[in-house]
Design a protein around this ligand. Structure first.
Ligand SMILES: O=C[C@H](O)[C@@H](O)CC(=O)C(=O)O
Ligand SMILES: [Zn+2]
Length: 279
């Protein structure tokens, strides 16, 4: 299992980053690697973001001691899993959950060892993983799209008509700090999270997926008065500190998974950015 540890960047430093530095710190390229669990440990809210793509073998979620500092990954953490591939199995301690496309599993602290398998190696599962520190055990629970709290937002005129599906969220189940869900667009709508916002109390990560090889999302980040962009390909993720906006526009259709960790689990705790402020 590979884990990359990333330090945090001060916004005053980020102003002077060139494209390579911006990508090195904020972009996670190719989240899914065949027969690997690939993780990025960010010191932004100690959020861990990654993917597990079991094809020929079952994959274990181990805890590299130098990064996590516990014997088992789940000892002091909670974990959200959303499968963007084909049906697979997630084993947590002695329980095995069958997780289909767009289904989620919340794994509570101290739930035991976690492993991943695909039902059919020709049609692998792709388990997207986000984990945050935890200090209380909430029950491990599978959540399907039917149980998601749905928010229809945007309109055709603004090319941002979409449905925000809250999967791992206080409306659905209890967590310590992790909040996670999936946003889908109406055909022809390309803008996410514009008008944009920041939330200095919480960080965020986005996984962009369901994109053709040629499609790019222009992801906007940075302080509202000092914006930058990242060019995103299919199944790349981004890390977003609390001070940064997070918004994007696709050159063709895409979907994304958002996840947050930090001081609260209040989805509506956002500082909306007036359009006149953006630079
Ligand atoms: O703080 C909340 C997050 O930025 C996302 O949930 C926004 C989002 O999914 C969207 O606007 O489509
Ligand atoms: Zn946000």
């Amino acid at each position: 299992m590979a884990i990359e540890v990333r330090q945090v960047c001060h916004p005053d430093a980020v102003k002077r980053f060139d494209t390579d530095e911006l990508r090195k710190h904020f972009l996670i390229e190719k989240v899914f690697v065949k027969d690997e669990v690939k993780l990025t440990y960010s010191h932004i809210d100690r959020i861990v973001v990654g993917g597990a793509m079991p094809v020929n073998s079952k994959l274990e979620l181990t805890a590299p001691f130098s990064a996590i500092g516990t014997n088992s990954f789940m000892d002091r953490r909670e974990l959200g899993i959303i499968n963007i591939g084909n049906t697979g199995k997630v084993t947590v301690g002695n329980d095995t959950f069958e997780i289909g496309n767009r289904e989620a599993l919340y794994v509570g602290m101290k739930a035991g060892e976690v492993s991943f398998a695909s039902n059919d190696p020709a049609k692998p599962a792709k388990f997207y993983l986000v984990s945050t520190p935890a200090h209380h055990t909430y029950p491990t629970k599978k959540v399907g799209m039917a149980e998601a709290k749905k928010m229809a937002v945007g309109d055709q005129e603004h090319a941002n008509k979409r449905v925000i599906n809250q999967l791992i969220h206080p409306n659905v189940l209890e967590t310590c700090q992790l909040v996670m869900g999936l946003t889908y667009f109406e055909a022809g709508s390309m803008w996410n999270t514009m008008p944009c916002h920041t939330h200095d109390r919480r960080c965020e990560a986005y996984l962009y997926f369901d994109m053709d090889a040629e499609t790019r999302v222009v992801h906007l980040m940075g302080e509202p008065t000092e914006t930058r962009h990242l060019m995103i390909s299919n199944e790349d993720a981004i890390l977003c500190p609390g001070w940064s906006i997070h918004s994007g526009v696709g050159t063709a259709s895409y979907a994304f998974i958002w996840a947050m960790g930090g001081d609260n689990i209040d989805y509506n705790d956002m500082d909306m950015v007036p359009m006149q402020t953006l630079r």
